[in-house]
Each structure stands twice: as structure tokens, then as C-alpha cells.
Design a protein around this ligand. Structure first.
Ligand code: CO
Length: 134
């Protein structure tokens, strides 16, 4: 059975990256570790690590992405919680077998090699959940 190991990051969807960084980086004083485009998700992400989980800021780079639609519907705010798992394929099979609705049936691979997949909020009490295998 695949296991959840830790909370990896908490993500906030933003409409203005610089404005958001002026809070998280400049006012709170957190270190901006990485700011990059994610073409596959039509978004730009910023990671601000802490001793435990990171904060991820996500901004859409195109009007037709899932993130842009989310932002248009609900405005900026909490977007997803990401948990690290030891075996993402095993976990997706496990969730499917329990009738959990998945957004990604198969894991996607990020530019840095991490595997990720999203679980639909309909099956998670309304919170978008991301699975990560590092
Ligand atoms: Co994320």
C-alpha cells in the first residue's frame, strides 16, 4: 500500500505575482527559491521554502488554463495542498480502486523530474490535492 510521507507544499493562486511576492518575500522576508514557467500547466510558479513545507504561488500564463478558470471563478486564494507519497503510481491505483475521482489518471512529470498528479476536490471535501513523488 502506498503511503503519504509529508506535506510538501501549500499553493496559493495569484493574479499578480509581483504583488504577491511583495507580501511573501518582501514583507514576510521569506526567500524566493525559484520562479519559473510551467508551460504544461500554462502557469508561472514561485517556490518559497521553509523548514517544513514550502509555499507555492501559482499564476496563470494563459486565459484557457485550468488555473485561469479557477482564478476567474473564485479569485485569488488557497489553491491546493500537496502531499508527498512514496509511490505515486501505487497511490493513484489505490485511490481509483476506492472510487476517488482523479484529475490526472496518470502522473505527469515536471521539468525537475518530480512526478505529480491532482485529485479532484469532489472526492476530497472540496480541497484540491496534489500528489508528489520526489
Ligand atoms: Co503544487
Amino acid at each position: 500500500m502506498s503511503k503519504v510521507k509529508a506535506i510538501n507544499h501549500i499553493a496559493v493562486v495569484v493574479d499578480d505575482m509581483e504583488k504577491s511576492l511583495s507580501f511573501w518575500r518582501d514583507a514576510l522576508g521569506m526567500e524566493l527559491h525559484e520562479l519559473r514557467d510551467v508551460p504544461a500547466e500554462k502557469s508561472q510558479v514561485a517556490f518559497l521554502p521553509l523548514a517544513g513545507p514550502e509555499i507555492e504561488l501559482v499564476k496563470p500564463t494563459s486565459d484557457d488554463s485550468g488555473i485561469a478558470k479557477y482564478l476567474a471563478k473564485r479569485g485569488p486564494g488557497m489553491h491546493h495542498i500537496c502531499v508527498e507519497v512514496d509511490d505515486i503510481h501505487g497511490m493513484l491505483e489505490q485511490l481509483k480502486s476506492k472510487g476517488i475521482r482523479l484529475i490526472n489518471e496518470e502522473p505527469r512529470t515536471a521539468a525537475d523530474g518530480k512526478k505529480y498528479a491532482f485529485v479532484h476536490p469532489e472526492s476530497t471535501s472540496g480541497v484540491l490535492v496534489e500528489l508528489y513523488q520526489i
